[in-house]
Design a protein around this ligand. Structure first.
Ligand code: VGL
Ligand code: ZN
Length: 186
């Protein structure tokens, strides 16, 4: 399936394309810097809804190793590491969604945190009568995956733009899992 016939009920979701997830950042995803030009090109295919999520943590977020969590400190709200990749064309982004803002709760998904508290993404998509979402960004095996699964749960037609993602671990298991749950991979 090519990315064509994009209509006003389609949305592009760009997940966490932020400095801390790029080479040189606190939680670098290998080759993450390759995505901005690809995504800039995808945006031009006629999406009228382009939503970018940002991992947006307080300085003492529970996911940080300093607090007993799994990750190095990353994407602290307002810091350079939390800014979008400077090569991403921000002029076409229509909405920004913040995630992981609760110091006591992880939120891989751009839809809701692990306590089920919504970010506002689902309400936004439904208010704009979006039926189909195309996903890209970082990292495939964490935040992109969790967002894709929640998109399926919320009954959106869900398409993963595989070339416009990068993964922390080998992607095969993630891709298999997503496909089994109904995500189209192109
Ligand atoms: C992410 C680890 C921690 C991601 C966010 O955006 O994939 N991964 N926080
Ligand atoms: Zn995070």
């Amino acid at each position: 399936m090519p990315i064509s016939h994009i209509g006003c009920d389609d949305a592009l979701l760009i997940i966490d394309l932020q400095n801390d997830f790029l080479p040189g950042g606190a939680l670098a995803v290998k080759n993450g810097h390759e995505l901005a030009p690809l995504i800039n090109d995808i945006i031009k295919r006629g999406f009228s809804t382009v939503i970018a999520s940002r991992d947006w943590h307080p300085p003492h977020h529970q996911s940080f190793s300093t607090q007993g969590g799994k990750w190095a400190q990353h994407c602290v709200a307002g810091t350079q590491g939390a800014e979008f990749d400077p090569h991403l064309n921000l002029t076409k982004i229509t909405h920004i969604i913040h995630k992981g803002t609760d110091p006591k709760c992880e939120s891989y998904s751009a839809f809701e945190d692990e306590n089920g508290r919504p970010t506002g993404l689902e309400a936004l998509l439904k208010a704009r009568s979006i039926k189909r979402v195309f996903l890209c960004g970082l990292a495939l095996d964490y935040c992109v995956k969790a967002t894709a699964l929640d998109a399926i749960k919320a009954k959106f037609d869900t398409v993963l733009l595989h070339d416009a993602t990068r993964s922390i671990h080998k992607p095969e298991l993630t891709l298999n899992d997503l496909q089994k749950k109904g995500v189209k991979i192109i």
